[in-house]
Design a protein. Structure first.
Length: 161
């Protein structure tokens, strides 16, 4: 574990490294890319994720290989993934309300969040979705003999309109 937070509360307050990296990227977008509010960034109210959306992948707790390996990098490489995102869509799938070992039900619940008509991807139709799973939910999928590729394929099937 490094200074960039992962796990519980990683996107919340109190993580200086996460906030500093996110803020630095936003300053680059403003000063180099010209992304000035009300000029070229026309979001009506803005989005707090534009300056603090940053988290680390918890490679040790994940049952899957690091995400950067799916993008063609070696596992030993140090990599950073940058992706513009809308607000998080919290998906509730708890041990109390659901079968905690039902991978298909978990994927169905995730697909509802992904296929929500109010998402920017639904309107713009060419976006990239990022699904962030905690270790507990990732292990449900692993126990169902699913890997990253099979999870992606099934989510695409469930969300394809």
């Amino acid at each position: 574990m490094g200074p960039v937070a992962s796990g519980f509360g990683a996107l919340g307050p109190g993580h200086r490294a996460n906030a500093s990296i996110g803020r630095a990227l936003r300053l680059c977008l403003i000063n180099i890319g010209g992304g000035k509010p009300g000029v070229s960034d026309m979001a009506l109210l803005g989005h707090p994720g534009k300056f603090t959306y940053c988290l680390a992948e918890d490679e040790e707790a994940s049952p899957f290989p690091p995400m950067h390996t799916s993008l063609g990098f070696d596992a030993a490489d140090s990599a950073v993934t940058v992706l513009g995102c809308e607000a998080p869509h919290s998906v509730i799938y708890s041990d109390n309300a659901d079968d905690p070992e039902d991978a298909e039900k978990l994927l169905h619940v995730l697909s509802i969040g992904l296929a929500n008509i109010a998402t920017n991807n639904a309107i713009l139709a060419s976006g990239t979705a990022l699904v962030v799973l905690g270790p507990k939910h990732a292990s449900v999928l692993e126990r169902a003999n699913m890997n990253r590729e099979s999870v992606q394929k099934r989510l695409w099937e469930l969300t394809h309109l």
